[in-house]
Each structure stands twice: as C-alpha cells, then as structure tokens.
Design a binder for this molecule. Structure first.
Ligand code: SIN
Length: 569
C-alpha cells in the first residue's frame, strides 16, 4: 500500500527528508514550498556544518564527546541531552548522506575535508563548501538531486505553494485536543487547493522576519510554527531567539534582502571586535572573548554600546586585518570569497579596514515541540529543522549545528514515517527542561490558535500603552517592536508593552478574514503576528536571564561597568 508524505519547505531538512523518503518503496512524496526551491535559510548559511568525522578525517584529539560538551555548554544547559547525543553521534552518518546526494565539501591540505574552527567549539570540526558558501552549495546539490528524482517520477515538487492550513480528522473543535493530520490546504497561483496525506512533515524554517534586522531571507515568516499551533501542536522554548553578532551594518530595508552575515568562521580565523574608539572590548566581557558563544558576543556588543553611551543601533567593528597579515595576502579572498565579494560591493576592503557590524536576528532555538523522531504532539504531523524544537539547541545554538539538526532529525522523521524507528512511544515535551512556558493549546496564553486566535480581536484598544511600537500594523513596525522588546536585551516593561501592541494588531489583521484570503502575504502577516505573540508570552514568563533570553532589568551584569562585566554562558 502506498503512503503519502507531504513535506512542506525546501531548506536542508525538507530537501534531505524528501530525497530519503523517495527511496522507500511504498512512499509517495510531495514537496511543497512557497517560493522557489532555493529560497531558504539554508541557502544563506556560510560557516558550515559541524561534525566529528571518522578517525583520520576528524581533527586530532577531537571527539563526539567534545562536540556534545560544546553543544551543551553553548545551550546554557537547557538542551535535551538525548537530542544532543543523537545530533552529535549521528552527524557522521548524515554527512555521508549529503555526500551521496552530490554535496562536496572543501578539501584540506592533506586531502581530507578542510575543518574550520568557530566560536565555542573546542576543536576545528566545521565542514564548509565554496569557502563561505556552504548553505548555497548544499542547497544546490540537494535541489539538483530532488529535481532529478522528480524527472524520474519518484517525487513530486510544487513551488509557489503556500500552505494555509493543516487538515485534520477528528479531535476537539475547541483545539484542546487534536485529531490526526490528514493533509494540507494551500494556495497555488492564488487558487485554493487541498492535498491528502498520511503524514505531513513541516520543514518551513525560521522566523527572522519578526525582527527589524535579520540574516534570514524574506520567506522566514514563521509559517510552520503558526500552522502547527493552529492544529493544536505543542511548542517550546520560544523565548530563545539567537542574534548573530556580526552582520554587516547597513540601512534596513523592510522586506528587503537579508543582512549580510560575516561568518563566525571569520572570528574562528582570528578576527577581533573593536568599538568606535578602536578598542578591543570582548576580553572585558568573557574569557573566550570573540570566541565566546554567540549569545554572549551579541549581548556584550549591546551592553558595551550602552556602557559607552552609544545608541543601541550603532555598529561595532570587525577587524580581520590580522588574519590577512598572518596568513598572507589573498587568504581572506580565498577562504571567504562570498564575504569578500559582497563587502567589496558594499564599498569595504576588509584587508585594509575594520568593517562595521551589528547583531541581527538569526536562528530560533524554540519551535514546534518534537520527540527524537520528529514527531509532534499531533498524530501524523512531523517537524524538522529550524521550525522544530528537539531540545538539541538549548537556550543558545552552537555555531554550525543548525544544518546538522535539519539533516539528522529530518532523516529520523522519515524513518519514523516509514515505520523503521525503534522508538519507545514517548510524547514530545512542551516546556523547556528548566521550566519555561508550557505552550500548548491547553495553556492560557494570548493569541490562541485556530478559532481562539480570533479572541485577540476583543483586546481593548484603551489598554494599549503608547510607545515606539504603537500605531498601524506593518512589517516594519512589527520588526521595530520586536527588536526593542524581544531582541538582545529585554525588560518586563517592554515585553508588557509589546504584548498589548501585538494583541491590538492581531485584532486589525482579523485572523478570521485572513484565513480565507488568497494573498500569501496576508497569511504571512497573520503567521508573524501569532509567532510574535507566542514568543513574547514565553519571554514574559521567564524572568531570569539564560542563554539568548537576557533580562536587562533583572540581571546585575547590565548595571555594572564594562570592565566588571563577566557574562557567563
Ligand atoms: C555563520 O557562518 O556564522 C553562521 C552559521 C551558523 O549559523 O551556524
């Protein structure tokens, strides 16, 4: 009997899972994506993909145990240890899987793969391709393999297919318990369509477009999270959103191209951060300085700007000149060809001058709660990649563990779908290990999914405090509000303001009407507003600072002088 798997999204998790499922006799695979196959966060990943390879290919002295320890340390101990163990142990298997689908990594001096060092890794273990174009090379390789399979009739691809709802059978109409997912409703060329499925795998990526500055492309609008929430799925760890410390500072264009990432690997090669006075400041904030975990570096930039009286949106400067001096002329262009070309096009020569950089929203650690086989709390619904939360990333993701998570757990979801998983039947947990907000439909949080989302329409306008985020809804206004209230530094007052403003906007966007709209952009607005409300609710609930969630109003470090600030990771 043939069983149909509908995969939604075409980043690394969706492409890889679709390819693997298409190899199974008896599986019919349909891959839906709202843009082109290449439009994904994966395509923009620069630094690479971390993995401890077999002895001989791994760095001397490196081990899976060290990768596990680094992942747990970066995640501030809120990781699910089992998810981390699987992530790091099975990495080698899925790197082989990528190679089988035609993805090749840069070679090192001795013929094996070149291994980069990135912040918070205790050894060089980051595979890269095209120098600093790892995501683009992986995406192109997997897309070519998918198109090949499509030509052979082994899977079906629909681009420009915007999924608007998960179809389900049974369950409680109040949304307090969920029936099985039985398919998807979607828009194709403005026309509503439906597709039945035995299971749906959400691999829709992240939500960087919640914020004013992001490294994510315009497709990153929280669609999968919103779909799952409306279908009654549990979500977790939503307060943890990672800001990448070094994106090229440039004027924001709402809805425009993503901020240009200056890869973590550049700091791994030895670049340092300077303030406007030309002083290196990271050693004042963390013993590992520029190689501290990403949340620490972004937070230190924000705290240092505040401590030195600079506006919060001022840049700091990434100085890579020492790399070129140490490794020889032309090294930066060879090792980082994309960054070299893109910064040159923006008017910078990083061999001669430090470059202005600012943190930007990069990666959501939280997401749809899944177990170790990609299963959500809703039968028939899987999630993998950034949209999911296995718990592997904890409160702050270790550099280059995101592509890896999409691979490992995308594959495991397919194995479960195919009945190959020897799992023990445990259900996904809804809250973080340290007791964040259990965000399920049974919990009382604002901006409910399904029909309850409409209750936000009753939010009293009179209760909304004025502030920089007030006024008419627009993506730009949402980005400003979220950056101010739920960005690198957070406070109870700003989060409260944001919650009120989001409720008012949700009333204006009128979820009930949008649900029937044939305009994908309106659905994206609705999804962004829902995700923003859930993120802010989770952040309000966690009053202590941990990982990427930093409460400047309650943490003593933000009140001390820069030289006294020691930020633990
Ligand atoms: C980077 O190259 O710095 C980004 C890679 C990642 O997000 O892990």
């Amino acid at each position: 009997m043939t069983r149909r798997l509908v995969v939604v999204g075409s980043g690394i998790a969706g492409l890889y899972a679709a390819l693997l499922a298409s190899e199974a006799p008896g599986a019919e695979v349909v891959l839906l994506t709202k843009g082109t196959l290449e439009e994904s966060n994966t395509f923009y990943a620069q630094g690479g993909i971390s993995a401890v390879l077999a002895p001989g290919e791994a760095a001397p002295g490196d081990s899976v145990a060290a990768h596990i320890a680094d992942t747990l340390a970066a995640g501030a101990g809120l990781n699910d240890p089992n998810a981390v163990r699987i992530l790091c142990t099975e990495a080698v298997r899925d790197i082989a899987g990528l190679r089988r689908f035609g993805v090749h990594f840069d070679a090192g001096a001795h013929g094996g793969p070149a291994l980069g060092l990135e912040a918070a890794h205790s050894a060089a273990r980051v595979l890269h391709a095209g120098g600093d174009a790892t995501g683009a090379w992986i995406a192109r390789g997997l897309v070519a393999a998918v198109l090949d399979r499509a030509v052979q009739g082994r899977l079906r691809v629909e681009t420009g297919a915007f999924v608007t709802a998960l179809l389900s059978g049974g369950g409680d109409p109040d949304g307090c318990s969920s029936g099985s997912v039985t398919g998807v409703a979607y828009l194709a060329g403005g026309q509503p369509r439906e597709l039945d499925a035995d299971a749906v795998l959400l691999a829709t990526g992240g939500a960087g477009r919640l914020f004013a500055r992001t490294s994510n492309p315009s497709v990153a609008t929280a669609d999968g999270l919103a779909l799952a929430w409306r279908a009654g799925a549990a979500v977790r760890d939503l307060e943890f959103f990672q800001f990448h410390p070094t994106t090229l500072a440039a004027a924001e264009v709402p809805g425009g191209p993503p901020a240009l990432l200056i890869s973590e690997a550049v700091r791994g090669e030895g670049a340092v951060l300077l303030d406007a006075a030309g002083q290196r400041f990271m050693p004042d904030y963390h013993p590992d300085a520029e190689l501290a975990p990403r949340d620490v570096v972004s937070r230190s930039i924000a705290l240092h700007l505040a401590a030195t009286g600079r506006p919060a949106d001022s840049p700091v400067y990434l100085d890579a000149r020492g790399i070129e001096a140490g490794r020889g002329a032309g090294f930066l262009a060879r090792r980082f060809p994309t960054i070299t070309a893109r910064t040159r096009a923006a008017g910078y020569d990083w061999t001669l001058d430090p470059m202005p950089v600012s943190p930007a929203a990069h990666y959501w650690m939280g997401g749809i709660a899944t177990d170790l086989w990609g299963r959500t709390s809703v039968p028939g619904l899987y999630a993998a990649g950034e949209v999911a939360c296995t718990g592997a990333q904890g409160a702050n993701r270790l550099a280059s563990n995101s592509l890896l998570e999409g691979l490992v757990f995308g594959r495991r979801a397919v194995e479960d779908f195919l009945g190959e998983a020897p799992h023990n039947g445990t259900a996904p947990r809804a809250s973080s290990a340290a007791g964040g907000l259990p965000l399920t439909h049974a919990s009382a949080v604002p901006l409910r999914g399904s029909s309850r989302e409409g209750t936000a329409a009753a939010a009293p306008e009179a209760g909304i405090k004025s502030g920089p985020g007030s006024g008419v809804f627009s993506r730009a206004a949402l980005g400003r509000l979220m950056t101010r209230a739920a960005g690198v530094l957070r406070s109870a007052a700003d989060l409260d303001d944001a919650a009120a403003q989001l409720a008012a906007w949700a009333a204006v966007v009128r979820p009930g009407i949008v649900a029937a709209s044939d305009d994908p952009r309106e659905h994206e607005d609705r999804n962004l507003l829902l995700a923003a409300g859930l993120l802010v609710a989770a952040a309000r609930n966690r009053t202590a600072s941990v990982g990427a969630h930093y409460r400047a109003d309650t943490d003593p470090a933000s009140a001390s002088t820069p030289s006294m600030q020691r930020i633990s990771s």
